[in-house]
Design a binder for this molecule. Sequence first.
Ligand SMILES: Cc1ncc(COP(=O)(O)O)c(C=O)c1O
Length: 400
Amino acid sequence: MADEKDLRLFVDRRQTDSIKWSKYAGTDIIPLWIADMDFPSPKAVVDAICRRARHGVFGYGTPPQSLFHVFAKRMEKLYNWTIEPEWIIWLPGLVSGINLACRAVGNPGDTVLTTIPVYPPFLSAPGYSQRKLKTVKMHIDSGRWRIDFDRLEKAVTSDTKLFLLCSPHNPTGRVFTYDELSTLARICLEHDLVICSDEIHCDLILKPGCRHIPTACLGRDIARRTITLMAPSKTFNIPGLGCSMAIIPDPEIRKKFKAAKAGIVPDVNIMGFVAAEAALRDDSPWLAKILDYLRSNMELVLSRINAAKVVSMLPVEGTYLAWIDVRSTGLEDPAAFFEKAGVALSDGGNFGTPGFVRLNFGCHRDLLQKALERIERALKRLELGQVPAGCRCQAVDNRF
Ligand SMILES: Cc1ncc(COP(=O)(O)O)c(C=O)c1O
């Protein structure tokens, strides 16, 4: 069990220009939406930033060699994955990487394939790059969200050039198995698709027995067609410092990715490099404690949500995000309904699947308890027919 005092969990984020908290400033709405955690980063990260700030000169930066070494060492240790320095392209954000992948692979008019539900920028990036978007629905099988590989393969057309994968998966919390990833890899190989594998949540594995497997580690032929996107941002709660990387072993894909980036995507902020290196070097128990804390938060959300009956969720294997099925409530705008009840959640419609909400449990447990009480009370009122105007709909689509 995480030691709360040690983690310094009681941090007030109001008045700190946080997107998560500012949106509801001056209200009593608990913000459990955008994916950052309310916990302070490891002490080593805070110390490194303070040291760099005291230097007082903040000119243009360059990626430190030492950062590459610490990252490469970590990949070797965690995944037995050997990375060459030239494979890495540093980015000020991972969403830029998703958009660059869409521009770098194929041509305007080609199709980009992904599964839904999925992190919303997966759905907007193809259009921003004059590509067509094709989506295949995930489904529940044996108590786990799954990719429907038959439908996925059938959805591939001659103009499909890129598959966007989120692994571990936001929002369902799936940590894909070796077999699942291998099936996906086989489809991409047979149909000559490049894979953009967003692995930003790779360290946040909650379920015992689950482990993250980088897509590029499935084999040399897969590595050659994979753009891996990683960042220390979710793991160490430093997304506001913007330091991510694309790892692209294939020189041709890398060249196109760099060309798409040229003149548009800025360099990484010097503080981003400092924070990333300190985070990746951190060997304190910070991450283990955070993961323990998140596991307990997840168990709490799981039991309380499923006890409410009219809503449901599956255990979260990775990430700090719970994907809640609210279709049986018949609510037309579930996010608005819960917001009126005092809890801000992310709307499933933005992930390509209305009828769901996403709850971020990377927060203090007291706050989570309070939010869950509000959700339970709101659902009780719903059962009794006391629904705020504009939230109820007649027809419920329970197929998925
Ligand atoms: C799967 C996934 N990719 C990317 C991002 C955001 O990356 P960045 O803030 O570095 O652009 C998020 C944030 O929630 C995410 O969940």
